[in-house]
Ligand binder design. Structure first.
Ligand code: ATP
Ligand code: MG
Length: 446
């Protein structure tokens, strides 16, 4: 059962359009084949049989008439008079003999029925030739007056134009299928549009979208637009609230700084002012996090160029950074992303690596479907059970590890993750196999 469904799945088309088309067209096709086979087989064979029977009876009557006549001359005379009303061509050959035989073309479907019916009805030795004359059957029948040759028009035994039904059926189904294809295309388009807009939103882009199409599809579209608006509102609200809080905290902090400046310096005030400036630094980071890179629009960016820029910035600050670029799609290097945001994301990872390790390498890989920035270092790394934890805002491991290398806030990785997610991408932390420290990888879809 599982295997059957697996095979079925392999052969059923994947897109909705093709599936719907298949559901629509397959029954029509099947019905046509069944109707064509059954109807043509039964109907035309039946009709041919009946018509051939009538012809055979006429010939039997003619034969019985000429056999009752005294001689061949009288028979010929009679044949001449009845040939026209019956529509046959007769000729009598008194000295001939019949070799029972039947020739017909392979493709002559009704020929078999004709042959059988004539033999059944006449019950005499006869030779049938359905090949020589295209529109006549040549029958030679043995009688007491010799061999009677009859040329019977095929028309009298076949239903005329049997292909007409097929032609009509095919034409109509082609027309209907074309109409169905056009309608289906129009029905599937809004669903495709919805999918495009939804995945763009997942990557942080808000494309214009007007729900259209069938009732259900439109409802899904409206629900999506509502949801998108709600999410956007919520994000705005969060940003506004966080930046409001940070902003309000700044004023008392500035006052404290002023007060500290006028107090006589002592070890206590020095500590206090260090605390105050640390708080200020934290607030700055916090504000940056809350604000995010909101408002920046996606633009076509060359990731390799971006990576070079980051490496150059690090070099200017006196730190060396090995850059490894791998481009799988040399023809198309531009990726649509929010440049500043992505730069900040990678810079955060690089800053961590530079803070914790000595040797740092930045890799950028441009694939057909995604772009990856990998930052590796030879620092202490992050133990596997902590990797999820450090992605949370305000999480720092250094205090627990007794290190005090960088006086961070613990927002760098959360911001990086946030930016990756807003592009529909991901951020993963691993152990660097090459350098032994942390390997942070941002993967963004293109
Ligand atoms: N390359 C690394 N090697 C070892 N530990 C790291 C590395 N990167 C991050 N960590 C650990 O993860 C914690 C969180 O990093 P995150 O960048 O979020 O904050 P931070 O660097 O402490 O502060 P900031 O907000 O200034 O970046 C760090 O405190 C550190 O303990
Ligand atoms: Mg950091």
């Amino acid at each position: 059962m599982k295997r059957i469904s697996a095979t079925l799945k392999k052969f059923t088309p994947r897109s909705l359009f093709r599936r719907a088309l298949m559901i629509l067209v397959l029954p029509i096709l099947l019905l046509q084949v069944v109707v064509a086979v059954l109807f043509i087989q039964r109907h035309y064979d039946g009709v041919t049989g009946q018509m051939a029977t009538a012809v055979a009876r006429e010939i039997r009557f003619v034969i019985s008439q000429i056999e009752n006549l005294p001689d061949v001359d009288a028979a010929n005379e009679m044949l001449a008079t009845i040939a026209i009303p019956l529509g046959f061509d007769f000729s009598l050959r008194p000295d001939d003999r019949v070799e029972p035989d039947a020739v017909r073309a392979l493709y002559d479907v009704t020929g078999g029925v004709i042959e059988e019916t004539l033999k059944d009805e006449l019950r005499r030795p006869m030779a049938l030739d359905l090949v020589t004359y295209p529109k006549h059957v040549d029958a030679r029948i043995s009688t007491t007056k010799g061999v009677l040759q009859v040329l019977i028009p095929r028309r009298r035994m076949n239903a005329s134009n049997p292909h007409l039904l097929l032609v009509w059926m095919t034409t109509i189904s082609v027309v209907l299928t074309t109409v169905a294809v056009i309608f289906l295309r129009n029905q599937v388009r809004p669903i495709r549009e919805l999918a495009t807009v939804a995945s763009a939103f997942g990557r942080g882009r808000s494309l214009p979208f007007r729900p259209s199409g069938a009732e259900e599809v439109r409802r899904a579209g409206i629900a999506f637009v509502d949801m998108r608006n709600r999410i956007e509102r919520q994000m705005q609200q969060r940003t506004r609230m966080l930046s409001g809080v940070s902003h309000d905290l700044r004023t008392p902090l500035t006052r404290m700084k002023l007060a500290l400046a006028v107090i006589d310096p002592s070890p206590e005030t020095a500590e206090l002012s260090r605390d105050v400036s640390e708080m200020e630094h934290m607030l700055d980071a916090f504000l940056a996090f809350a604000r995010g890179e909101a408002g920046e629009l996606s633009s076509d960016t060359d990731p390799v160029e971006l990576a070079e820029e980051i490496a150059e910035d690090a070099r200017r600050r006196g730190r060396e950074l090995a850059l490894v670029a791998e481009v799988e799609t040399p023809g198309e290097r531009a990726v649509s992303l929010r440049r500043q945001a992505v730069k900040r994301c990678v810079v955060n990872l690089v800053e961590n690596a530079l803070a914790y390790g000595d040797t740092v390498s930045l890799g950028v890989r441009l694939g057909p479907k995604s772009v990856e920035f990998t930052v590796e270092d030879d620092g202490p790394g992050i133990p596997p059970d902590k990797r999820e934890e450090v992605l949370r805002p305000f999480t720092r491991l250094d205090e627990a590890r007794g290190q005090n290398i960088a006086s961070g806030v613990g927002l760098g990785l959360s911001i990086a993750l946030d930016i990756a997610r807003s592009h529909g991408g991901s951020l993963s932390l691993d152990e660097s196999r090459r350098l032994g420290g942390l390997r942070a990888c941002v993967r963004l879809p293109r």
